[in-house]
Design a protein around this ligand. Sequence first.
Ligand SMILES: Cc1ncc(COP(=O)(O)O)c(C=O)c1O
Length: 396
Amino acid sequence: MSASSVFAGLKPQAPDALLSLIGLYRRDPRPEKIDLGVGVFRDDVGATPVLASVKAAERLLLEGQATKAYLGPEGDIGYLDLLKPIIFGDRIDHEMFAVQTPGGTGAIRLACELLKAARPDLRMFIGVPTWPNHTQILDQLGIETVAFGHYDQRAQRLAFDEMMAALETAQAGDAVLLHGCCHNPSGADYSLAQWAAIAELVARKGLTPLIDLAYQGLGLGLEPDAAGMRLVLAAAEDGLLAYSCDKNFGLYRERVGALYTLTRDAETLDITASNIRALARTNWSMPPDHGAATVRVILESEALTALWRDELEAMRARVAGLRQALAKASPALAPLAGQHGLFALLPLSPAQVAALRERHGVYMAGSGRINLAGLTPDTIDVFARAFEACLQGEPA
Ligand SMILES: Cc1ncc(COP(=O)(O)O)c(C=O)c1O
C-alpha cells in the first residue's frame, strides 16, 4: 500500500461471512450439498420466485406509470399509509411520521442516526445474539451499546429472565432494540405475556423502543406477529419502527423499507420529522421507487391484497411445516417446533459447523444459524442425521 495514498490509513475489514459462504457453496462439486446460509425464503424446489401478486402489480405499474420524476424525501406516501394498519392495527394513538427507506436496513440506520442526533450520549440495550448488522450500525455511529443475553444457545431457549434483569438496570433516556417477530438468528420470540411485561418495563423506566419488524407474516401470521410489539409501542412515550417488505413481499433486491416514528405531541413530531427528512436527504436524498410502488399497487387492490396474503401464508406455512418435520426427525431439533420464522440457532461449535460443511456438505453460518427454508422434503432427514452425527461424536 502506498504511504502517500489517501486510503493508507484504512484498516482492512472482515468480508461478510455469509457472502464468503456463498462462494464456498458454489465451488463445492458435491451434488447432495445443502445450503442453509443466506437468509431468503426458498420453496420446495429451492427457488425464491417472484410472487404472482408482485408480477401482477409490476405489469400494472409498467403500463400505468406516467413519470419518473423524484418522489420527494418521504417516498411513496400511499405505500406508507396502506402499510400502517397492517403494522399497527388500531391500537396506537401516537402522532406518527413515516418515511420510505432503502430496505429495513436503511430504516434501522436512519432510526439510529436520529437517536444519536437527539441524544448523543444515548445507550442502546440490545439482546445478543442479534442480526450482526445491528451492532455494526450502532458501532459505526459511535452509539454505546449495552448487550444482554437474549437466547441460551446450548439450552435452545429464550433467556427471558436474564433479559428482564438487564433491562431493569436501564435508565430513562436509554433505548432498547427489539425484534418484532421471527428473531434473527434464534427464531425465539416472546409470548404475548412476555411482550406485556416488556411493555410495562419500557413505560415504567422511560425507555425508547426501536422495533425491527423485518418478517411480519412469516411467523404466526400478519396479526399475531405484530400483536406483541404493538403493546410496547402503545405503552412508550416515543418509539421507532423499522419495517421491511423485502421478505414478506419477496422483494429483497428492490430494497423496500420504511421508518415510522411515534411521539406524543404534534410539535415534537414536526421537529422530529424535519430532522428525519434532513438525515434522509444527506443519506440517499430520495428513496428508490419501484419496490414501494409495487407494494402500494398490491395494497390498493382488494384482489391483489388477497392474492398476496395467500402467497405469504403459503410461505409461512412451509416454514412452520419444516419446523414440525425437523422436530419429528430428531429429538435434538425438537425446540425448533416452538420457534418462528426462517432461522434457528443450533447448539454447534464453530468446529462442528465446519465438520458439517466438510464431511456432510451442509452449509450454515459460523454461529450455527440455519435458514430452514434451504431444506426440502428430500433433505430433512439427511440434515437431521448429519446434525446428530456431529452432536454425537464429531469434534466439539
Ligand atoms: C433482523 C433483520 N432486520 C432487518 C433486516 C433488513 O432487511 P432489508 O434491509 O433486506 O430489508 C434483516 C435482513 O436480513 C434482518 O434479518
